[in-house]
Write a protein that binds this ligand. Structure first.
Ligand code: NI
Length: 652
């Protein structure tokens, strides 16, 4: 029996390695222990909110590699039994690591593909050294996409295995491989520009002579960091939350709360990356289908890196391991999967007072520090860093850092560069966008919240605005799901206020947090495009839905080769009421990527994100009680009276 009392396991903890093995064993035995059974996902099944006393359960997505049939199974880890089995002949879960390996070998052994490669003038040696990038295909209504479990293999040339293959795409040559039948269904071979002669590399021998003017920068915390981590419970500067790694969503924060006068005030029950999609904007045969759902088609959590001290994060670091299935019934531990540390974050607040006498100026200031919780996932060519930041003024943020290698295409020297941009000889980067949907199950001071859309607008001229200067904040509640899809409007500084209208702060206002968008972009794929219909969540920046535990993934549970309309559009069609309700926010961060030469051969970090800020959650600046740095206030007070007098007098 695995019980919370016996193990100290919290009901929101991820599965341990032992629990993954136990769940897999229970499930495999229940299904008759077939050799062809594989586990794509084995994760803790979170109890419905308010039903925490339910037995600890695991959910698994299994696939029979012989038939390609997907089965969803739930196992009760306490009773040791399977409680539900659902066969899903209608879906395609992400490819297993072994399916990727097999698909690579299948393509290389295929006569049709090899002869197409030879037809491009390539030798057997070049063919064997080439790199095959396997892509999810999307769904454009073809027989392969509707009836087979497939990936598309795109090929790149290398002169040696360490080459940066993406510099030499073999344009227009694509192998469609059936993962269940282990065969190449079709080789697409379209006349296309020849690959570039060579590629730029970025490993240490290829960056030019290293700079010699960098002096050491050490971050020293002689007494250690100011947070504590007990199991998955993290506490820092009045904040607390539970931190874990989910095999699909990656970093998950549960029960984000803020301690206020000895009372823990809830803010967000669960925050995670729920889906992401990267639509490419070029219609040629090797690119039109590129719409990777990097979370739902690949699994961000199972792709996170093992982080290294002093490299991925700098300073006094505490790590959490992640544990995922090894796909054959065992557990795979990703050491140092999550990095937790503190950073200096510049100024928290400051004011300088100019005394109207010989005392001069006096300054009050506090330095800001932030808590950083992060992971980095590598999804083929791209690398994504996910950073949650918490601050001492009650605000928190998410920042995505996109880096790694862009998608390339071979072009002629006179390419008109309409849907791509030249980055080198015979080489272009394709225009694309990244949309990342964050699920925020809010509970500001309790489970019942209302979301208001707030626009800043000028008042009409009239008796209340005789000088044409007056403006106001117009707050409109999002009353039901028919009003749910919202878009950013930077001219109105539009933001969304998540308020608890039944709780008042000491000055009589409902307590609230506001979600403020960062720089973002609209989806350029047209409404009629398959991707706009399969990833409808990305067409608006904010959706609000009523809490329903089964509604977790905004493009549906299985976006690979999916039908249009799954997820958000289906949910909001229910038109549930949203005022003073248990609501979930789906905020999409959009990154526009018009590729530039500086993004090659490896891309400097590109940032995007959003912020959460208290709005009447406190009745004053929550950072007033942060102690001043040792010497700062004493030193500046009563100092440099000469300069102060000069400025004071010159002002008038
Ligand atoms: Ni990009």
């Amino acid at each position: 029996m695995v019980t919370e009392a016996a193990t100290g396991t919290h009901f929101l903890d991820p599965l341990s390695a032992d629990e993954i093995v136990r769940a897999s064993t229970i499930i495999s035995e229940h299904l008759g222990s077939p050799d062809s059974l594989r586990f794509l996902l084995v994760a803790a099944l979170e109890p419905r909110k308010g039903a925490e006393a339910t037995p600890r359960c695991a959910e698994a997505v299994c696939i029979d590699i012989g038939t390609g049939l997907t089965t969803e199974v739930v196992a009760d880890l306490e009773a040791g039994v399977v409680t539900s089995v659902t066969e899903r002949a209608d879906v395609q879960p992400p490819a297993l690591f072994e399916e990727y390996e097999r698909a690579d070998a299948t393509i290389r052994a295929d006569d049709g593909w090899r002869s197409a490669m030879r037809g491009r003038g390539l030798s057997d040696e070049q063919i064997d050294l080439s790199f095959i990038h396997l892509w999810p295909t999307g769904n454009f209504g073809s027989r392969w996409e509707m009836e087979h479990r497939i990936l598309k293999g795109i090929v790149y040339l290398r002169d040696e295995p360490e080459d940066n293959a993406y510099g030499r795409p073999v344009e227009g040559l694509i192998a469609i491989v059936d993962l269940a039948a282990d065969c190449v269904l079709e080789v697409v071979d379209e006349l296309s520009p020849a690959p570039a002669i060579s590629s730029l590399r970025f490993d240490h021998d290829h960056g030019g002579p290293p700079r010699e003017d960098l002096k050491p920068l050490d971050i020293v915390q002689p007494d250690g960091p100011s947070f504590t981590l007990e199991g998955h419970l993290l506490k820092w500067q009045k904040w607390q939350m539970r931190v874990s790694l989910h095999p699909r969503e990656g970093l998950v924060l549960h029960k984000i709360g803020y301690e206020d006068s000895g009372r823990l005030r809830p803010i967000c029950y669960r925050a995670s990356l729920a889906e992401m999609v990267v639509p490419y904007g070029d219609a040629s045969v090797g690119h039109y289908f590129k719409n990777a759902f990097d979370s739902g088609e690949c699994g961000i959590g199972r792709l996170v890196n093992s982080l290294e001290l002093g490299c991925d994060c700098l300073g006094e670091i505490v790590y959490l391991d992640g544990v995922v299935t090894d796909e054959r019934g065992g557990a795979r531990t990703i050491t140092n999967a999550i990095c937790i540390h503190e950073e200096d974050a510049g100024l928290l607040w400051k004011h300088t007072y100019r005394h109207p006498d010989e005392r001069g100026t006096q300054s009050w200031l506090r330095r800001s520090r932030r808590l950083v919780i992060s992971t980095i996932a590598t999804v083929d060519n791209y690398d994504y860093g996910f950073y949650w930041y918490f601050y001492q003024d009650g605000s928190w943020e998410h920042e995505v850092k996109a880096t790694g290698i862009i998608q390339t295409m071979a072009i002629e020297d006179d390419d008109p560069q309409v849907t791509r941009h030249r980055i080198g000889p015979r080489l272009a980067g394709v225009h694309h966008q990244h949309f990342l949907s964050f699920r925020l199950d809010m509970e500001v001071d309790g489970p019942q919240n209302t979301v208001y859309e707030v626009d800043t607008v000028p008042l009409p001229p009239g008796p209340e605005n005789p000088y044409h200067n007056a403006f106001t904040a117009q707050a409109t509640p999002i009353r039901d799901e028919s009003q749910s899809g919202r878009e950013v409007e930077s001219a109105a500084a539009r933001h969304w206020r998540i308020a608890n209208d039944s709780i008042s702060n000491p000055i009589g206002e409902p307590t609230a947090y506001v979600l403020t968008p960062g720089a973002t972009v609209s989806m350029m794929a047209g409404e009629q495009s398959m991707i706009a219909q399969r990833a409808a969540f990305a067409r608006k920046q904010l959706w609000v839905t009523a809490y329903e535990p089964a509604q977790r993934f905004p493009a549906g549970d299985y976006p690979a080769q999916s039908e249009p309309g799954l997820g958000i559009p289906a949910w909001v069609a229910e038109n549930r009421p949203l005022e003073q309700a248990d609501i979930v926010l789906w905020y999409t961060v959009g990154m526009n990527h018009l590729v530039r030469p500086e993004d090659w051969p490896v891309m400097p970090v590109q940032r995007a994100g959003f912020g959460m800020k208290p709005w009447g959650f406190s009745d004053r600046n929550p950072g007033l009680d942060v102690p001043p740095p040792d010497h700062c206030e004493r030193d500046t007070a009563l100092g440099s009276s000469q300069h102060a007098h000069h400025s004071h007098n010159s002002h008038c």
